[in-house]
Design a protein around this ligand. Structure first.
Ligand code: NAD
Ligand code: DAU
Length: 352
């Protein structure tokens, strides 16, 4: 059996490869363009493993996707590939439209063509899983209930608008053509292999490098954090047992204001890697200009996936953040490799 997975040299996708191959011997054909966010070092342990087949390419290259589908005959396609960073979408939305909207359209068309050629039994069993985000729902006030699957889409950033558009395409390919799709909308992930442009890995990296820890605005924006392996386990459950045509919200019941997250990281680092001058890493916290259109609060109501598929997060925020910090401390070379070159240019553009 084979799965075609896209974007699995990135943060969540590479964790998915690790999680899936720890649990099964199914072959994963990984189609990834290797943008700045794609990194084969995340998959170094599978270099000689025949269960992981890497193909460099674009989900928008329909001829390539058609060839991979016909060659490998996957039982499912899981789409992780995307431009994923909100701040980059503000500086340059074009790539987000191209990959997240046009790319998803091309991928859906290639998959639809393949699915229609399948014999009745594999055709019935086939699944297209689209990995999406809670940001499509917009922003919450302090006392609003968390996002349920029934919440109307109200995306506010170029990134979330492009993901919302891709979700709508996936939905339409089900309703119009009958393609057996499932969509997941997950909250903020953190864990190993997280690119240090995102809050948690950026703060760990900057703290250890003696650089400012940039907090946008007042730091009271709330995110609902989920350890990445719990997200990958949820995607596997949705693939195996999700109801076709449904969407599943995935979250950790871990709402935290950004400043609290940064303080927690600083306290852990103070304990395990104290600064030479004896001061706390919190002294590096610096309030900077807010993100334009910054969503104030995200929170996920994960009761549907818990009830229907029996999924629950295994990590608390405390256990997950400890594992994450320990991973970054043990992988200084990985951080060094991904923060050279283009990364430095990005930090200069974003933080002046
Ligand atoms: P990431 O930016 O770390 O990785 C994206 C991967 O996609 C990279 O390997 C990149 O090379 C690849 N890619 C980009 N454009 C491509 C294209 N046109 N063709 C093929 N490959 C391409 O992103 P991530 O954080 O791992 O997110 C993965 C998915 O999960 C995305 O769809 C994202 O919207 C969604 N998501 C992310 C989070 C989060 O907290 N990071 C939460 C919920 C949902
Ligand atoms: O909610 C799911 C989404 O989570 C995913 O769809 C996105 O792909 C993923 O990048 C993430 O989006 P966020 O914008 O929430 O994540 P980010 O790590 O960029 O920021 C988290 C919070 O921290 C947000 O409120 C902005 C703030 N922040 C971020 C950075 C990079 C700062 O205060 N300072 C920073 O330097």
């Amino acid at each position: 059996m084979t799965l075609l997975v896209t974007g699995c040299a990135g943060f969540i996708g590479s964790n998915f490869v690790h999680t899936a191959l720890a649990a099964s011997d199914e072959t994963l054909v990984n189609l990834d363009k290797l943008t700045y966010a794609g990194n084969l070092a995340n998959l170094a342990s599978f270099q000689q493993d025949p269960r992981h087949v890497f193909v460099q390419g674009d989900i928008g290259d329909r001829a390539l996707v058609e060839r991979l589908l016909s060659e490998h005959q996957p039982r499912a396609v899981l789409n992780f590939a995307a431009e994923s960073h909100v701040d980059r979408s503000i500086h340059g939305p074009g790539d987000f439209i191209q990959t997240n909207v046009v790319g998803t359209f091309q991928l859906l068309e290639a998959v639809r063509g393949y699915w229609q050629t399948l014999a009745p039994v594999p055709r019935e069993a086939f699944r297209f899983v689209h990995v999406s985000t809670d940001e499509v729902y917009g922003t919450l006030g302090p006392t609003d209930p968390p996002f349920a699957e029934t919440k109307a889409y109200e995306p506010n950033s170029p990134y979330s608008a492009s993901k919302a558009a891709s979700d709508h395409l996936v939905r339409a390919w089900h309703h119009t053509y009958g393609l057996p799709v499932l969509t997941t909308n997950c909250s903020n992930n953190y864990g190993p292999y997280h690119f240090p442009e995102k809050l948690i890995p950026l703060v760990i990296h900057h703290a250890l490098a003696g650089k400012p820890l940039p907090i946008y605005g007042d730091g009271q924006q709330v995110r609902d954090w989920l350890y990445v392996v719990d997200h990958c386990r949820a995607i596997l459950r949705v693939l195996e047992a999700g109801r076709v045509g449904e969407t599943y919200n995935i979250g950790g019941w871990n709402e935290k204001p950004n400043l609290e997250v940064v303080n927690t990281i600083c306290q852990r680092l103070d304990a395990v890697r104290p600064r030479a001058d004896g001061q706390s890493y919190t002294s590096q916290i610096t309030f900077v200009k807010d993100r334009p259109g910054h969503d104030r609060r995200y929170a996920i109501d994960a009761r549907k996936i818990e009830r229907e598929l029996g999924w629950k997060p295994l990590e608390t925020f405390e256990s997950g953040i400890t594992k994450t910090i320990d991973w970054y401390l043990a992988h200084a070379q990985w951080v060094e490799d991904v923060t050279s070159g283009h990364y430095r240019q990005w930090v200069a553009t974003q933080y002046g």
